[in-house]
Design a protein around this ligand. Sequence first.
Ligand SMILES: C[S@@+](CC[C@H](N)C(=O)[O-])C[C@H]1O[C@@H](n2cnc3c(N)ncnc32)[C@H](O)[C@@H]1O
Length: 210
Amino acid sequence: MTGQWLKRWREGRIGFHRATPHPALVRYWATLGVPRAAKVLVPLCGKSVDMRWLADAGHPVLGVEFAPDAIEQFVAGRDQGVLRYGQAGFDIVRQGSIELWQGDFFHLHIRQVAEIAAFYDRASLIALPRPTRQRYAFHLAQLVPPGACGLLISMTRKDPDAGPPYSVSHAEIEQLFSPNFRLTFLEQSPPDARGFIESAWALKRRGPIN
Ligand SMILES: C[S@@+](CC[C@H](N)C(=O)[O-])C[C@H]1O[C@@H](n2cnc3c(N)ncnc32)[C@H](O)[C@@H]1O
């Protein structure tokens, strides 16, 4: 799977990339009540401009992406210097308040992200095949502290076996996340030209007593 993503980035087959911030992020982020300076984890971040939107809203951002092309294209999008350093197997590129960690999200350890207080997933869960989605939901729950809030933007499509992007039903989202998160369904978009229907969810990491 890694090789396929790297190839897609090399060949520029990145139809998932949006030139403008996702409307559900703009509409719902403030409703989550995430404190302005809270650091936001963006798993499988690509070169999403949503990270710029979050940074402009005052959040330090930590994106994780294993395609170096995505990271280089992201930082090239702004005329601002970068710092490069390494930490525990990740090559990190920092531009302003955005850190991009190049490597496998599943290798990220709680020790490395202790200061994370919120998260944002658009087209990350749905980039993964079903068995890996279970691992993703569990790993995310391990990384974020009780009380951490996040926005999840998922999708369904007619052919449930096609992908990526994979179709993830509402029932699957409940099943994946409800053991560790309180979930609130926010909205569903009308189908686009390909028949893809996006859904937005607010998540809050449960603690030991709630
Ligand atoms: C569908 S794209 C979504 C990118 C971004 N979230 C957006 O909205 O544009 C999924 C991205 O996840 C990356 N990816 C897939 N599996 C990964 C993993 N295990 N660790 C880090 N990045 C991964 C791929 O290279 C790809 O850029």
